[in-house]
Design a protein around this ligand. Structure first.
Ligand SMILES: Cc1ncc(COP(=O)(O)O)c(C=O)c1O
Length: 392
């Protein structure tokens, strides 16, 4: 086995900060709740910035290099990263930088559907799949995940049929990998998506923000590489994998059959990302690989740690280890709590989690727990959660 060169060995980013240091943070994760609460909710990571990103941002700040974004480095860096990690080399000519991922999928869906059209989603799913599209005048249609937390093709077919009835335009917003379940869709599943979309004339828009965060026992398959995927759109970003939510930038990528639409979108009046965000994303894709690899080892240890902690402290809860993402989905229905489990754990255990029902149908009785933190914080949080359910 080839060992990495010493200068590419990065220590586990999840163990470098203490709880006291994290409590100094001013971002949402650490400020929403009282200081005695352990926050394992919103998708921020408790890590220091990867050194190559920090150095690039320091360079820009020190030199006052804070004008408008320029050039094609961001597109090229993403293409090189995709080639290295997924054996796919998307052409920069099929890409359009955009402020952030949510803006990207709202813009593309607004472009390919008419006001009042339906957008199919797979609940339980990331809550902003609902709110922003509803605000953009689209109607949300549900094709729930199956009990195995994977795509349910009978549900998808029926939703596609209803959404396109009478010749209406429709889109499918797919989360790949899936937030909150951590499901990594297989090539066979994605090909079935493409085939159904083709049959009904539905435009597939895939939110691939979590793509770099896939564990060794699964594979991320870019939707645009599957048979039939050339008619779809992907939105990618480095923001989740390198913890850049505060300085976002994202990329719309069109399949080979919809290149013209991306070119038109890129030329339209839309909000491009900031120079600062673009520099960060570019450095992440270009030089952040070793840091990401080390992060993934830390997250892998944390997802396994959580399994053993749940066995020990919350044996009635049901946790399916994620194949991707640092978000875990825990079924607490068997605990038979009187209130929404996230409310119970906040009030009685002083642990902040995301409330399952906000993710749509299928979210009842569930919580989402973010494992991108120090293992000691996970240990203490689950211990408190267990103790809170055993009090008389
Ligand atoms: C699936 C998914 N899409 C989009 C976002 C947000 O992306 P952005 O901040 O670039 O809009 C998140 C954040 O957690 C997410 O999980």
């Amino acid at each position: 086995m080839a060992l990495p060169a010493p200068d590419t060995i990065v220590p586990n980013p999840l163990t470098s900060l203490t709880l006291a240091q994290l409590r100094e943070r001013t971002s949402m994760k650490w400020r929403r709740y009282d200081p005695d609460v352990l926050p394992l909710w919103v998708a921020e990571m408790d890590v220091e910035l990867a050194a190559p990103i920090r150095d690039e941002l320091n360079r820009a700040v020190t030199g006052g290099d804070l004008g408008y974004a320029s050039g094609t480095s961001y597109k090229e860096a993403l293409s090189e990263f995709a080639k290295d990690r997924w054996n796919w080399e998307p052409s920069p000519s099929h890409m359009a930088p955009v402020t952030d991922v949510i803006t990207g999928y709202v813009d593309i869906i607004s472009m390919v559907t008419d006001p009042g059209s339906q957008v199919v989603v797979n609940p339980p799913v990331y809550p902003p799949f609902y709110s922003y599209l509803e605000a953009a005048g689209r109607e949300i249609a549900h094709a729930p995940l199956g009990e195995d937390l994977r795509l349910d093709f009978a549900a998808l077919e029926s939703a596609f049929r209803d959404a396109t009835a009478g010749g209406r335009s429709a889109a499918y917003l797919l989360c790949s990998p899936h937030n909150p379940t951590g499901t990594a869709h297989t090539r066979a599943e994605l090909e079935q998506v493409a085939s159904l979309a083709d049959q009904f004339g539905v435009t597939v828009v895939v939110d691939e923000i979590h793509a770099p965060i896939v564990y060794d026992d699964a594979t991320f398959v870019p939707y645009l590489t599957v048979n039939g995927g050339e008619h779809g759109f992907s939105i990618m970003a480095a923001s989740k994998a390198w913890n850049l939510a505060g300085i976002p930038a994202a990329m719309v990528i069109g399949g080979t059959a919809v290149k013209e639409q991306v070119v038109r979108y890129a030329a339209s009046t839309h909000h491009g990302p900031t120079h600062f965000g673009t520099l960060a994303q570019t450095a992440a894709y270009r030089h952040g690989g070793p840091w990401l690899d080390s992060l993934m080892q830390g997250l892998d240890a944390n997802r396994k740690l959580l399994a053993s902690l749940i066995d020990e402290h919350l044996p009635e809860a049901h946790y399916t280890m994620p194949q991707a993402t640092y978000l875990t989905w825990i079924d607490c229905s068997a605990l038979e709590l009187d209130v929404d489990p996230s409310q119970h754990f906040l009030e009685d255990a002083r642990v902040a989690l995301n409330s399952g029902p906000l993710f749509g149908p299928g979210g009842e009785g569930h919580v989402r727990l973010n494992i991108a933190t120090h293992p000691d914080i996970i240990r203490e949080a689950v211990r408190r959660m267990g103790a809170s359910t055993h009090r008389g």
